[in-house]
Design a protein around this ligand. Structure first.
Ligand SMILES: Nc1ncnc2c1ncn2[C@@H]1O[C@H](COP(=O)(O)OP(=O)(O)OP(=O)(O)O)[C@@H](O)[C@H]1O
Ligand SMILES: [Mg+2]
Length: 500
């Protein structure tokens, strides 16, 4: 078939299965030069599978791809990059143990080798420039990546993808890993790539963001193409319906205003100074949803870690029920405190273990109180909770590293619900979660609250904070900068004033 004049990339009848799971079935897509094309679909619908095939990370079972009219069969990611296709992956894509610069130029080190010697100074200098070019000045190129935050590592991935001036830049579910300022960097870069005549394939669960940024949109459902829309056809309800196959009924956020929060403080930090936090006092009450927000480096993620016993305070105290000092994370788990990290693969789950092992892990001690813990009991527990959370997988024996991003998150939440946690510290719990499941998680938070459980909701999504919290505490430069009660007139603008 002759290519249309403007066509940059075309995929035809792409199929990919993993055992019995059919991730993509006869998937077609055309990406024009100079466009930002969105790709949306529920968790597990095949978005990452397709983008990783296009970026040379894995191979399709059948089907063809074409770049500027020529057949394109990437043999690995380096080959894909050489062809001008570069991707920012959904999960963490930097390598630990090596420097920022080594990550940016991974596989391209030969650029800096002269007479068999790697010129590290030159590599660092070029890395600094690559970072500066994308508007990042606070990351030192010689630093090792494991010391950096999740967001900073994402920014390194952006720099790595862009220094090659890709013709097709694939961004898989990256915005939710970024704070507001990181997002602005990303959006600017996407616009620049488009203006230069190159193309972007943009995967996101945020429909508003998709409608704002994209020129056209491809929708996937269960590995099958359901629709292609042009910008003038964009309509949020229609997009959701095409993704899910039904109308999303009911409300999204909480609608009640609970004016009777218990006086009991279940978890608190009192004048705490610790890594990233200065003299902060934060109290979580029984039955309360307490939102914590702010800009990227404000310390909000540290608040979760301090309350869970992962970061010890240098000054001040962390108390459970106003009495007992929180000693460590394992101490916290035994007292039914749960923590969901923003950095899912590294801190929230065991990726090379099964769904069953992940869900049962925090409960094993409790289960063992009633005699030996049989595999049958574990399987029953895992099945109950993965069904409740609608985890999409062949069985609970599937390894978590084979799950889609959103399904991993469901497993992480399931393990704490199975444990019956009373206090839940949730750091960006809806990161990478599709609209349908997001609504389910919000309903879950509401139900947990009604059961008298207490929730600390750390979030970079202001509508989520406003929609779900009884009270919101904002941080700025590690200090508490504002506090708001749940009320009808609470706007994003009011929160932002206290954040910057
Ligand atoms: N390596 C693998 N082994 C087994 N199954 C896999 C593997 N990779 C993906 N799958 C399955 O293929 C399906 C599609 O997954 P994919 O990661 O492409 O979804 P996605 O649309 O990116 O979802 P999300 O929005 O949650 O990131 C899922 O059912 C997933 O479990
Ligand atoms: Mg994905």
């Amino acid at each position: 078939m002759p290519e249309k004049k403007n066509c940059l990339f075309r995929a035809e009848k792409i199929c990919k299965s993993f055992g019995a799971v059919r991730a993509l079935a006869d998937f077609d897509i055309v990406i024009e030069a100079g466009e930002i094309r969105g790709l949306v679909g529920e968790n597990g619908s095949g978005k990452s599978t397709f983008s990783s095939i296009a970026a040379g990370i894995q191979k399709s079972d059948s089907g063809h791809m074409y770049l500027k009219g020529k057949e394109y069969r990437p043999d690995g990611t380096v080959d894909a990059v050489d062809h001008g296709v570069s991707m920012v992956v959904q999960e963490q894509g930097t390598i630990t143990g090596i420097s920022v610069a080594a990550n940016i130029f991974f596989g391209k080190e030969s650029m800096f080798v002269k007479h068999g010697i790697l010129n590290t100074r030159e590599m660092n200098r070029t890395a600094e420039k690559a970072l500066k070019d994308i508007g990042v000045e606070n990351i030192a190129p010689e630093q090792r990546t494991e010391k950096l935050s999740f967001e900073d590592r994402k920014l390194i991935e952006l720099a790595r993808a862009l220094y090659t001036n890709p013709g097709l830049w694939i961004i898989d579910e990256t915005t939710t890993a970024l704070s507001l300022s990181g997002r602005d960097i990303l959006y600017d870069l996407m616009r620049k790539v488009k203006e230069s005549g190159s193309s972007v394939l943009f995967i996101s669960h945020d429909i508003d963001e998709i409608m704002e940024m994209c020129d056209s949109l491809t929708i996937l459902r269960d590995g099958v193409l359901t629709a292609n829309l042009k910008k003038e056809e964009f309509n949020a309800d229609k997009i959701r319906q095409l993704m899910i196959g039904r109308e999303l009924s009911g409300h999204y956020y909480r609608e009640d205003v609970d004016e009777h929060i218990s006086e009991d403080v279940v978890l608190e930090m009192e004048n705490v100074t610790a890594a990233g936090i200065k003299n902060a006092t934060i109290k979580l009450h029984r039955g309360e949803v307490l939102g914590i927000g702010g800009l990227s480096d404000c310390g909000m993620h540290e608040v979760g870690k301090i309350l869970y016993g992962l970061i010890p305070p240098q000054q001040g105290r962390v108390l459970k029920d106003g009495r007992e000092e929180v000693k460590s994370a394992s101490w916290a788990v035994r007292r039914n405190i749960a923590y969901v990290s923003k950095n899912r693969d590294q801190e929230s789950m065991m990726p090379i273990c099964s769904i069953r092992d992940n869900i049962c892990l925090p409960s094993l001690r409790d289960m063992a109180k009633f005699g030996p813990v049989s595999v049958r009991k574990q399987k029953a527990m895992a099945e109950t909770w993965s069904e409740k959370m609608e985890v999409k997988a062949a069985s609970v024996s599937a390894y978590c590293n084979t799950l889609s991003g959103g399904n991993k998150q469901k497993v992480v939440l399931a393990k704490w619900l199975a444990k019956g946690a009373d206090i839940l510290i949730l750091d960006c719990p809806t990161r990478g979660i599709d609209v349908g499941t997001k609504a389910a998680i919000y309903q879950l938070i509401e139900t947990l609250k009604k059961e008298g459980k207490s929730i600390l909701l750390i979030s970079e999504e202001l509508p989520e904070l406003i929609g779900m919290s009884d009270r919101i505490i904002l941080l700025k430069d590690g200090e508490v900068s504002g506090e708001f009660e749940r009320s009808e007139g609470l706007s994003e603008a009011k929160l932002i004033q206290k954040m910057i």
